[in-house]
Design a protein around this ligand. Structure first.
Ligand code: SD4
Length: 331
């Protein structure tokens, strides 16, 4: 950190804006020896993903183990779920909106805080890869709908039919009552958010979804919104969310989790406090699910949710595990 920046931070601290733990950490960074600062218990590489998605975390792990970047790992990891027709919350096979159209949201963020996002994207199996292209090949962060689709075709992405017969039949059934009642923990694999640290100690994250089943046409959730569904700060850590996106957007959930870690909270404590914030804005017996997962710069992981049933996968040198998340409610 140069002198000017340090003085600016010191001024903010005097005003009580920056916490003492953060300042201490900034001073440690300023020694220009981050590896040493984190040398003690650093776990890396490591990948963590929402829900029990072993194929996705396995893919990411192989990339990380072969000295690949965290950015490649999270993109290619979530692509496994986007391509899996049996996962009806992501990519091909996703449940449609109330008009029967599958519309996808995704975003990606790298170690330099560069990010890309697509919202309301149709007919493309891998929205995460389009989001990465938005990040890398445009001056923008978000492309929506038809514009995003045309952008993808221009880069050679193929048009595909995303509505599978299974999802179509379920939608036809749903139309008989046409009540919008989000289901808690759909088949244990909803929106996929994935966070990773590579061998260089750099963080990246990706989040991809077909959104809430039977949503109003045009609805966009938290998953492609930087700060809500996903946030990465290479100095601190990363977080991602699953569940009813409207609630996550209202509290800018993933950004909140990262900021709480910046203040010294563990990933678990930070996720718990972000869930608590959502509870405070609602009833203390909410009938919707939210789950956060987080990874800090040391490779520590954590998660927290409202209703039991949410879990997250972790793959590191210590093994490949599915971790049932602690929850605010017990049953
Ligand atoms: C959304 N957060 O569109 C996503 C949906 C989701 O579990 O995560 N479902 O609001």
């Amino acid at each position: 950190m140069n002198r000017r920046k340090f003085i600016e931070k010191s001024t903010l601290s005097t005003a009580g804006i920056i916490s003492a733990p953060l300042l201490a950490r900034e001073r440690a960074y300023s020694e220009n020896d981050r590896t040493k600062t984190f040398a003690k218990d650093v776990v890396r590489p490591i990948v963590i993903a929402t829900w029990d998605v072993p194929n996705a975390t396995e893919k990411a792990w192989h990339i990380l183990r072969s000295d690949g970047s965290s950015l490649d790992a999270v993109e290619q990891g979530v692509m496994i779920e986007e391509a899996d027709e049996n996962n009806q919350s992501v990519g091909k096979g996703g449940r449609p909106d109330r008009d029967g159209n599958v519309t996808l949201d995704a975003c990606i963020m790298d170690k330099d805080s560069k990010c890309g996002s697509v919202v309301y994207l149709q007919n493309i199996v891998h929205p995460i890869s389009v989001a990465r292209k938005v990040m890398e090949e445009t001056p923008h962060v978000i492309l929506a709908g038809r514009g995003a689709e045309q952008f993808a075709y221009g880069l050679g992405f193929k048009k595909d039919k995303l509505l599978t017969e299974k999802s179509r039949q379920e939608w036809l059934q749903w139309k008989k009552t046409a009540r919008y009642e989000p289901v808690i923990n759909i088949e244990n694999h909803d929106t996929i958010g994935m966070l990773a640290i590579d061998g260089n100690g750099d963080l990246a994250g990706a989040c991809t979804t077909s959104g809430m089943a039977y949503k109003i046409a045009g609805r966009v959730g938290d998953s492609p919104i930087i700060g809500a569904g996903l946030f990465v700060d290479n100095e601190v850590g990363a977080a991602t969310a699953t569940g009813v996106g409207e609630e996550v957007i209202r509290t800018v959930g993933s950004f909140l989790v990262v900021e709480l870690m910046r203040q010294g909270k563990t990933p678990h404590q930070a996720c718990k406090e972000a869930v608590q914030r959502i509870i405070e804005k609602n009833s203390d017996q909410p009938d919707f699910q939210i789950g956060f997962i987080a990874l800090n710069k040391n490779g520590e992981t954590g998660g927290y949710c409202i209703h039991p049933g949410f879990s997250y996968r972790v793959y590191s040198k210590d093994g490949h595990t599915n971790n049932p998340s602690d929850s605010y409610l017990n049953k």
